[in-house]
Design a binder for this molecule. Sequence first.
Ligand SMILES: C[S@@+](CC[C@H](N)C(=O)[O-])C[C@H]1O[C@@H](n2cnc3c(N)ncnc32)[C@H](O)[C@@H]1O
Length: 225
Amino acid sequence: MHVGVKSWWTVPAEEPEHALPAAAGQAGLVSQLRPLVRELSEPGELVLDPFAGWGTTLVACSVEGRRGIGFEVNPERAKEAGRRLASYPGQEMRCGDARALPLEADSVDLVLCDLPYFGTGLDTDSADPGQLYALREYDVYLDALDEAFTRIAQVMRPGAHAVIAVQNRRIEGAFVPLAWDAARVLSRRLTLGDERIHLYERPVGGDDPMVSNRAHEYLLMATKR
Ligand SMILES: C[S@@+](CC[C@H](N)C(=O)[O-])C[C@H]1O[C@@H](n2cnc3c(N)ncnc32)[C@H](O)[C@@H]1O
């Protein structure tokens, strides 16, 4: 897929006019998403973020003249994103579960998202059964990802690309290869094309190599054949 684009990239600072300091560390950056939107979709096309969070993907879509639709399972976060998007035309933000997307089959031209990571401690008290953050068993979490990827693949048109951002993790001192496991699960539903690596210029905590010093993220690049 897209041979000629470098496999790694140091993400520039957020564009100040689109910054959302309240979600720093949890939300993506418009500055890292805009080039992907331009590379992998055409103006006017439909871009889906099934784990839309604060709506950052949709902000990038608006700036680049794409129609974005986002689903976020946390109702307060979905509302917050909706408020943020009020000044970004052409975008639709809904509260919903990525595993049950109410979209037509073969209707989406590009999928762009950050996964809700396993073991973050975020949304742990969520009463919503759809909240992937709240899952405590890794296998159950991977099964839920599989359900989401199954539905996402159904709504993508043949030939459409998906870009899934995910990191490996350290959880309670153990290395958890979340990015690699997510790639394996994704490959059941879509054809993996490549990986990209986004590098972040941010300070890393401490100098113990066994404590996370992670300042990079994998982008799993896949296509619906
Ligand atoms: C890493 S955040 C996404 C941030 C987003 N990329 C942004 O920049 O604003 C992942 C989001 O997925 C949401 N989520 C978790 N389970 C979900 C599900 N089953 N369906 C939809 N969203 C879900 C979480 O509540 C969280 O807001």
